[in-house]
Design a protein around this ligand. Sequence first.
Ligand SMILES: NC(=O)c1ccc[n+]([C@@H]2O[C@H](COP(=O)([O-])OP(=O)(O)OC[C@H]3O[C@@H](n4cnc5c(N)ncnc54)[C@H](OP(=O)(O)O)[C@@H]3O)[C@@H](O)[C@H]2O)c1
Length: 227
Amino acid sequence: MKAMVTTLALLVSFSSVTFADTIAIIGTGQVAKALGPEFAAQGHDIVYGSRDPDSQNAKDIVAMTPGNATAQLPKDSVRDASIVVLAVPGELVEEIARGLGDLSGKIIIDPTNALEGDWETELSMGVSTSNGRIIQDAAPDAFVVKAFSTLNWRQMVEPGGDISILLAGDSEAAKAKVSELVSAMDLHPIDLGDIDNARWIEGMTILWLNNRISGRPHFEFHLRVVD
Ligand SMILES: NC(=O)c1ccc[n+]([C@@H]2O[C@H](COP(=O)([O-])OP(=O)(O)OC[C@H]3O[C@@H](n4cnc5c(N)ncnc54)[C@H](OP(=O)(O)O)[C@@H]3O)[C@@H](O)[C@H]2O)c1
């Protein structure tokens, strides 16, 4: 019975594109600056979660965001949010997710990559599972969706052609909601299964970055869906 009520609540809260969501974006860096204004332009209310919400950088990102965006401390920023974006350093996701308090029932969008190695020569994965799995374990009652990790922030704003956004997550309803956000940015969502598949998506970023580092052809991921 509890599972049925939870599923129904999830469907009701995630089902409509017509309602504005409050989206907390943790971080005020490049990905936050790309996704925040994009989601605000779709009519959502944006709250940035910053360690220093009074900084000039936080003021700048609020100013570049349509609507009534604000910046607050990370834990405060998630309080009224139905969606939380972790636009933070990949090696810190567990600590940052745990520091946000109770994330039960919220969708967490995870664009992060846990990279180790040398940006001049070769990168590799810095975790034995994936950041998506680590975040899901840190917030077991939230709905983590891996998304936006395999493209540069510039292409989030100006795709310049077809680009797939590879999704992984255990909740179909949460992936459907994130797909709406993605599609409205002229990007193409593609569902790659449950959250453990985040490992392979994060591996794709390693391929993508190492190709670039080594001087091999740079590319974007565009998967052609067939029947
Ligand atoms: N850059 C890209 O093109 C791109 C594309 C796809 C995915 N990604 C991934 O997305 C994530 C964010 O990337 P980004 O380029 O936006 O990173 P970034 O520019 O370095 O911004 C990270 C943000 O995290 C916040 N933060 C919280 N705790 C922090 C700490 N202890 N140290 C440093 N920053 C902290 C900071 O905001 P406050 O100072 O306001 O707290 C900072 O602005 C990374 O995992 C990256 O791998 C990046």
